[in-house]
Design a protein around this ligand. Structure first.
Ligand code: ATP
Length: 298
């Protein structure tokens, strides 16, 4: 039965003379909300990998919600996905903000809304992924963006037991050093740097300040010791970040009552090579693919 057969036109607009009535707008059925997948997780848990795995199985594009990865540059320090790792999946808000800009949660909401709208308009599903929970919360919960009234969200959380994650992120810092983290920071080092603005807030940059300030005055042993201290501090700060991010996810789930689906990836991190890949497939990809398929098409 069509809607015009159900709603009869009254002789007189029937709500007009009711005092204090709510303006309900035209009597047309609400448009079905578009669907957005949101991937949460502490740093190092494999959120980016999961977003690309999902985008390879469904028509989807990725919107980055890591407040440091939005900036141009420092790709190793901020651990951005490489072109090869993207597997051809379009990424938005990744590395296109001027490194000195003060990019705020409000800026993120504005640009992420535009990206999500344009992805949906192309008939694709937006996947929002990144560790900045305050940005995701601002986008999803702020009434001025009407996000929840326009988009239905499916939240996935890649969780890894903290002690396991701590040793993984510490080793990851060593691998980042191997990929040129120190040299990358050295190129942007500036004696007047302001570590409270832009990309210079990224973990890895302030920690190396003393090293770059003094290295030329030190002998090799002291230089080496100072570098080791800076790397230890980067590891410590990354572990602290992971704990804070986890606390925020618990808050969103337990106090804000977000319906977050938890995927426990701990065992993946306790295995190596092909066994780790198989555990990832079984523990993370398979359940999240079912959840997303049910959400999108169920
Ligand atoms: P808050 O609510 O405190 O702003 P948040 O959840 O929005 O926290 P996070 O994404 O947890 O923000 O980032 C907090 C800080 O951690 C950043 O200011 C930066 O110093 C560091 N950080 C976050 N992501 C990265 C990254 N990809 N690379 C390096 N440092 C990062």
């Amino acid at each position: 039965m069509s809607i015009s057969m159900v709603i009869c036109k009254p002789a007189k607009p029937f709500l007009e003379d009711v005092p204090g009535r709510l303006d309900l707008g035209p009597l047309i059925p609400p448009r079905e909300r578009e669907k957005v997948v949101v991937i949460l997780g502490a740093t190092g848990t494999g959120k980016s990998r999961l977003s690309i795995d999902i985008a390879s199985r469904f028509p989807a594009e990725i919107v980055n919600s890591d407040k440091m990865q939005v900036y141009q540059g420092l790709n190793v320090v901020t651990n951005k996905v490489t072109e090869e790792e993207k597997c051809g999946v379009p990424h938005h808000l990744l590395g296109n903000i001027c490194p000195d800009a003060d990019f705020t949660a409000g800026d993120f909401c504005g640009l992420a809304s535009v990206a999500v709208d344009s992805i949906s308009a192309r008939g694709q599903h937006p996947i929002i992924v990144g560790g900045s929970n305050s940005y995701v919360e601002a986008l999803v919960s702020d009434p001025s963006f009407h996000f929840r009234s326009r988009y239905e969200c499916c939240f996935l959380w890649v969780d890894v037991a903290m002690p396991v994650l701590h040793s993984f992120v510490s080793e990851r810092v060593d691998r980042m050093v191997g990929k040129g983290l120190v040299e990358e920071v050295g190129k942007v080092f500036d004696t007047n740097a302001d570590y409270s603005r832009g990309i210079k807030r990224a973990i890895g940059v302030p920690e190396l300040d003393l090293y770059f300030r003094t290295e030329k005055f030190l002998d090799e042993n002291n230089r080496k010791r100072l570098l080791e201290d800076a790397i230890a501090e980067i590891k410590y700060n990354t572990c602290k970040l992971a704990c804070r991010q986890l606390g925020k996810i618990h808050r969103l789930r337990n106090f804000k009552r977000w319906n977050v689906h938890r995927l426990d990836a701990t065992q993946v991190f306790q295995k190596q090579g092909a066994e780790a890949d198989e555990a990832w497939r079984q523990l993370v990809i398979e359940p999240s693919t079912s959840i997303v398929a049910e959400f999108l098409y169920g």
